[in-house]
Write a protein that binds this ligand. Structure first.
Ligand code: SF4
Ligand code: SF4
Length: 456
């Protein structure tokens, strides 16, 4: 046997020794007296005697949690295989559909132009035909309703019509169907939320920008009015009808107040139920030019996050983060059978492109030959973080896979991809999570997953 290349043993600021493996994401608190043996067996697994029941137990635990692996295991090759296998799956179809680019909000960092376009019947029918054509070979169809704002009345009619068609295909063909909704939350009142189940929308992502005094200065209606309390009301009234997740956007302007949102939700008794998490606002295009200087670098965001998670722990607020291993492809961009569909019928790969012109599209629904812009598809599918100088030896590679390909390809000359925050703060995040487990009296190893979820 040999030690996994993704082991991490470190002394937490509390004085506790912790062991973490970035492949299995197992976290354990170590008894200091066991440390010499653990270090020895990781250095020489076959030559270190396990002459007591306790040592044999430790060895077994290390094997079970991937700290020790078979000698012939090549973890980087396995990771690459998982990535490629997932990228080229054709038995799953992932659609991100923007039924409109129009929005009732005018956020100051939004990367979308507010074009008042709603998907036509002709484009909707072409999309249904595309799904129908794929139906014989797919086992799973997943749809993300995106925008613009998909809950605007005209857009929601498109969501309902397409959902009905997709559900019909799924039922006839025995396909597993699931859907999620990305919304600003303003129009998702109780009545609308009651309709989610029929559309098989099980996950809903809301967004706020901080407590009301900050949120209402940034996420305003097109007429300038604030939106915070309406969103909170909708969270309160609808959270039992689907899995809600609340994204709290964080940049240099609102970081210190981000936790106040969680405090407000806690007072209303819904903080745990709406699963709040912190998200970095990134500069993603011309529409964000006015706030570029307010965006954190990834490194600065990571440091800020640590401070906020520590403070959340101190205030006993339910805000935590735990690393999850990326099982394959990173997002919609690097999956061959994953598409972003604009209201006009253009087909893209990245969420950030939904307002872009046909020059970056890979095709169009009303054009029979797909993809006709192969060059726009190939650049994503051939993106390989392992070709970057620093990624193959990176200790958090299983948690990152080179990061967001859109960001990574924007920095083609960098020796790294777009580093996930764990590169900068993994130990600190783990020790906070461990402290949370200890404070609640649970096992040392907390559950996997946590806020943050999967990538688009
Ligand atoms: S994670 Fe990055 S590449 Fe993937 S859809 Fe989002 S912005 Fe695009
Ligand atoms: S992009 Fe950065 S964090 Fe991600 S694997 Fe590469 S070096 Fe590591």
């Amino acid at each position: 046997m040999k030690a996994s290349r993704y082991n991490r043993i470190f002394l937490a600021e509390s004085g506790t020794w912790l062991a973490f493996n970035a492949w299995s994401t197992a976290l354990a608190e170590l008894i200091p007296e066991d440390l010499p043996f653990i270090r020895a067996i990781l250095a020489d697994p076959d030559g270190t005697p396990c002459d007591t029941a306790h040592k044999r137990e430790i060895r077994e635990a290390l094997v079970g949690a991937h700290f020790l692996v078979e000698s012939d295991v090549d973890e980087i090759a396995e990771l690459k295989t998982d990535m490629l296998r997932d990228r080229y799956r054709t038995d799953e179809l992932h659609l991100t559909v923007a039924p409109t680019l129009d929005c009732n909000f005018r956020c100051d960092y939004c990367y979308e132009d507010h074009l008042r376009v709603t998907m036509s019947r002709e484009v909707q029918d072409a999309l249904v035909r595309m799904v129908e054509e794929q139906a014989p070979r797919i086992r799973t169809l997943s749809t993300t309703w995106f925008g613009g704002e998909p809950t605007l009345p005209a857009a929601w009619r498109v969501v309902e019509r397409l959902s009905t068609a997709f559900l019909d295909i799924a039922e006839r063909r025995g396909i597993d169907y699931r859907a999620q909704l990305v919304t600003n939350g303003y129009l998702l009142d109780r009545k609308r939320a009651e309709g989610l189940e029929a559309l098989k929308i099980r996950e809903v992502q809301f967004t706020v920008d901080g407590p009301p005094e900050i949120h209402d200065a940034r996420r305003v209606l097109a007429g300038g009015q604030g939106t915070f309390w309406r969103i909170v009301e909708n969270l309160e009234k609808g959270h039992e009808l689907a899995q809600f997740q609340l994204r709290i956007n964080v940049d240099r302007r609102n970081a210190q107040a981000a936790l106040d949102v969680v405090g407000i939700l806690a007072e209303k008794g819904i903080a745990r139920k709406v699963r709040p998490y912190l998200a970095q606002v990134t500069f993603a295009g011309s529409a964000c030019g006015n706030i570029q200087e307010s965006c954190f670098s990834s490194e600065d965001f990571a440091a800020t996050e640590v401070g906020l998670y520590r403070e959340a722990l101190r205030r006993n607020l339910p805000l935590s983060r735990y690393p999850f291993r990326i099982p394959g492809a990173f997002c919609t961009v690097d999956r061959v059978n994953s598409f972003v569909v604009s209201p006009s019928g253009s087909i893209f790969k990245c969420w950030h492109q939904v307002t872009a012109g046909p020059d970056v599209a890979i095709g169009h629904l009303l054009d029979g030959e797909q993809p006709f812009h192969r060059v726009n598809e190939v650049k994503w599918l051939t993106w390989d973080p392992l070709e970057k100088e620093e990624c193959p030896s990176c200790p958090v590679l299983p948690l990152c896979h080179g990061g967001c390909p859109f960001e990574a390809l924007r920095r083609a000359d960098s020796p790294r991809g777009a580093c996930e925050h764990y590169r900068f703060h993994l130990d600190r995040i783990l020790e906070i999570q461990h402290a949370r487990g200890a404070a609640s009296g649970s096992e040392a190893a907390p559950s996997r997953g946590g806020a943050g979820g999967s990538n688009p």
